[in-house]
Design a protein around this ligand. Structure first.
Ligand code: TRP
Length: 380
């Protein structure tokens, strides 16, 4: 059995640097490591629709944004299969059978779904206008996610921390399926970011999560000027008023971002200039920067200029590739079309395995003859 990756994102907006350090950067490394036999990267439009039923246009518009972000971040269509979830209809069929293996009570305990229901206010009031209340499809999306993962017999799912409950539910479904119908499905492993700062990158305002609705995101496609402006407005240490004051590292978003992005080669990389301005920033490691900040004598302005330079040096090649790809939209759609076709063939194979295991493959070659024999016997 080979090593197979499946992962993906909902197309509800452009991807931001939280997606990048939480999962995307890792996927690119895994893709280039050569240790995986197959890699499937899915744009989860059907899942996005579970809470956007009245706004399919938003989902439709963002498919290309996510595809552009993926490919500009380094996902290579020669090395992985990029596809659109809704185009693989086998996934909904698998979901339909898995639905029977999960209880409502178990779904109600899924902490991520619980938090999302809270955040979206589905429980706030009840009305007949379909606005209030939790859409059934949304409530059940962990089951459809299990179909996404198992359809490709994925062994490895690189995702952010918030997806842990989904992988756990998938594993339960796999165990249940295999114990009821015989060994058929593969139990996947989650692959989390190894750096704590990457697990859940806070927003630029210091709030727990980077999210479009909170307006605290830095997007992969932001220009250098946008990044500079956003970093300038970032939340730091509210007690660090004067340059000479000792500063705090913990809870200081600028340092969280540096933990996620800064590498040793960033020191010395910018010479003595940030954004063309001459500075004296004479450090050789992030630990030295932290020590100086804690001791006092390192200003927030200087620190933010360094962070902006680090971010821009990471984002610049991504931006450049994006601009190139934006000029060739037909190519991007061709990648998705071909990828969806390929994904569909794989999922169809798994669906056939599932139906065989459940003995609902009545008309498969050989099966019908046996069925006729068996039933005729009964009515003899
Ligand atoms: N739930 C993921 C998100 O919120 C998207 C997703 C759908 C996914 N199916 C998946 C991720 C399967 C990993 C594996 O972005």
């Amino acid at each position: 059995m080979g090593k197979i990756i499946l992962t993906g994102d909902r197309p509800t907006g452009r991807l931001h640097i939280g997606h990048y350090v939480g999962s995307l950067r890792r996927r690119v490394e895994l893709q280039n490591s050569g240790t995986f036999d197959r890699i499937f990267i899915m744009i989860a439009d059907a899942q996005a629709l579970t809470d956007n039923a009245d706004n399919p246009e938003k989902v439709r518009q963002n498919i290309i944004e996510v595809a552009l972000d993926y490919m500009s971040a380094g996902l290579d269509p020669e090395k992985c299969v990029l596809f659109i979830q809704s185009q693989v209809s086998e996934l909904t069929e698998l979901t339909f059978f898995y639905n029977n293996l999960v209880t409502v009570q178990r779904l109600q305990r899924n902490p991520t779904v619980k938090a999302e229901i809270q955040m979206r206010g589905f429980n706030d009031s009840e009305g007949a206008d379909n606005k209030a209340g939790t859409p059934v499809g949304f409530f059940c999306y962990p089951i459809s996610q299990a179909a996404d993962i198992t359809a490709f017999k994925a062994t490895t799912v690189p995702v952010g921390e918030d997806q842990e409950p989904m992988i756990e539910q998938t594993r339960e479904i796999v165990r249940k399926f295999n114990s009821v119908y015989g060994p058929t499905l593969v139990e996947p492993e989650i692959l989390l970011p190894d750096n704590a700062a990457c697990l859940r990158l806070p927003g630029t305002d210091g709030k727990a999560k980077m999210s479009k609705s909170l307006g605290n995101c830095i997007y992969l496609s932001d220009s250098a000027e946008e990044v500079n402006a956003k970093v300038k407005g970032m939340y730091t240490d509210p007690l660090h008023l004067q340059v000479s004051d000792p500063g705090h590292i913990e809870g200081n978003t600028v340092f969280t971002y540096l933990d996620a992005f800064c590498r040793d080669e960033h020191f010395g990389m910018f010479g003595d200039c940030f954004h063309g301005k001459k500075v004296s920033f004479d450090f050789h490691s992030l630990d030295e920067v932290k020590a100086q900040y804690q001791a006092g004598g390192l200003g927030d302005m200087m620190l933010k200029n360094f962070l902006a330079a680090v971010l821009n040096s990471t984002l610049e090649p991504i931006r450049t590739r994006r601009h190139e790809l934006e000029k060739d939209i037909p190519y991007v759609y061709e990648v998705l079309r071909k990828g969806s076709e390929e994904a569909r063939a794989v999922a169809a194979q798994t669906l056939a395995d599932v139906k065989r295991a459940m003995r609902i493959n009545y008309f498969d070659a050989g099966v019908l003859d046996e069925l006729i024999r068996e039933q005729s016997e009964k009515y003899k």
